[in-house]
Design a protein around this ligand. Structure first.
Ligand code: NYM
Ligand code: MG
Length: 221
């Protein structure tokens, strides 16, 4: 790795049942394999948001499993705080040349909360300044195809009408990210087979796999 390069920050977003976590793990393995094969590729770490292991994450987990009730704004801020508590770790990894993959990020935060009627601007505000992704891969699937894939789980939001609303906000976010130049936003058709989706993702990721130039910027700053 050239000393002027840092690790790439790659985010995978999508609706529930879009195959996001499966694809994140396949991508992680593929990046890892490259590293083992040659010395030029940096290490890779896979993060997942919400990170349910922290104190804040445990509150989020209880909310998602309907074991607690929280004001819409309060849960929004907890999801955001759950990213902020890992922000310095993300920056440190990137600076060391490690590729960081995140399964969901700030865009999920905005999409799921704005769907409830909170304003886009209000939802975006606590995310401003988080480490900005270099690439966001949005796994697009229509909520009825997702529902037909064996059905949703029992958590909050795992309902077809909720997913439809979330998808509309995601589309708006994707357009905004492109227009505002906040890293690259690539939409992937997640209705294809697991292998086809993995290939599509790899095409977008490979150019960044051995690191990227430039400093880490703050999201929407
Ligand atoms: N979710 C996820 C939010 O509402 N806001 C956020 O900021 C994040 C990261 O949590 N239905 C929602 C989306 C999911 C749920 O995520 C749990 P997962 O990836 O299913 O564990
Ligand atoms: Mg889920």
């Amino acid at each position: 790795m050239s000393s002027s390069k840092r690790g790439a920050f790659i985010v995978i977003e999508g609706l529930d049942r879009s195959g996001k976590s499966t694809q994140a793990s396949l991508l992680h393995d593929r990046l890892q394999d490259r590293q083992d094969a040659g010395a030029t590729t940096p290490k890779v770490v896979l993060l997942k948001f919400p990170d349910r292991t922290t104190a804040i994450g445990k509150m989020i987990d209880a909310y998602l499993r309907s074991e607690s009730e929280l004001d819409d704004r309060a849960i929004h801020l907890l999801f955001s705080a759950n990213r902020w508590e890992l922000a310095s770790t993300i920056v440190a990894h990137l600076a060391q040349g490690t590729t960081v993959l995140a399964d969901r990020y700030a865009f999920s935060g905005i999409a799921f909360s704005a769907r409830k009627g909170l304003s886009y601007e209000w939802c975006r505000a606590p995310e401003v300044g988080l480490p900005a992704p270099d690439l966001t891969l949005f796994l697009n699937i229509s909520p009825d195809v997702a529902a037909a894939r064996g059905g949703y789980g029992l958590e909050r939001y795992e309902k077809e009408e909720v997913q439809k609303g979330v998808r509309r906000v995601f589309n708006k976010i994707g357009r905004a990210v492109q227009e505002e130049g906040e890293g690259k936003w690539v939409e992937i058709d997640a209705g294809k087979t697991k292998e086809e989706v993995a290939e599509e993702l790899w095409k977008a990721v490979e150019p960044l796999a051995s690191g990227v130039q430039g400093s880490i910027s703050g999201l929407w700053e």
